[in-house]
Unconditional design. Structure first.
Ligand SMILES: [Zn+2]
Length: 87
């Protein structure tokens, strides 16, 4: 009976050790997907005002007509907003 419990513990410990190892193997297979998603986050987008390409994270965010538009600088954002108000 004690032996059965010991086997049970061994199985449990083995399972606990193997589980993260298997999970890491599965994650390494999904690395391509992760790489794509991270590259999308650091995607270059075009400033609609001056046409400069820049990283989304470094851009200035503005909500125009319920849509999020990114600009390379606050100056460009303000110019864009002004020109859109006029039209
Ligand atoms: Zn700009």
């Amino acid at each position: 009976m004690i032996r059965l419990i010991l086997y049970g513990i061994l199985f449990y410990v083995g399972y606990r050790i193997l589980k993260p190892w298997v999970a890491s193997l599965l994650q390494s297979n999904k690395e391509d997907v992760h790489g794509q998603s991270s590259s999308q986050e650091a995607e270059l987008i075009r400033d609609p005002q001056c046409g400069t390409y820049f990283l989304t994270q470094r851009g200035v965010e503005a909500r125009i007509g319920g849509r999020t538009v990114y600009f390379c600088s606050r100056e460009c954002r303000d110019k864009y907003l002004v020109s859109h108000r006029e039209t």
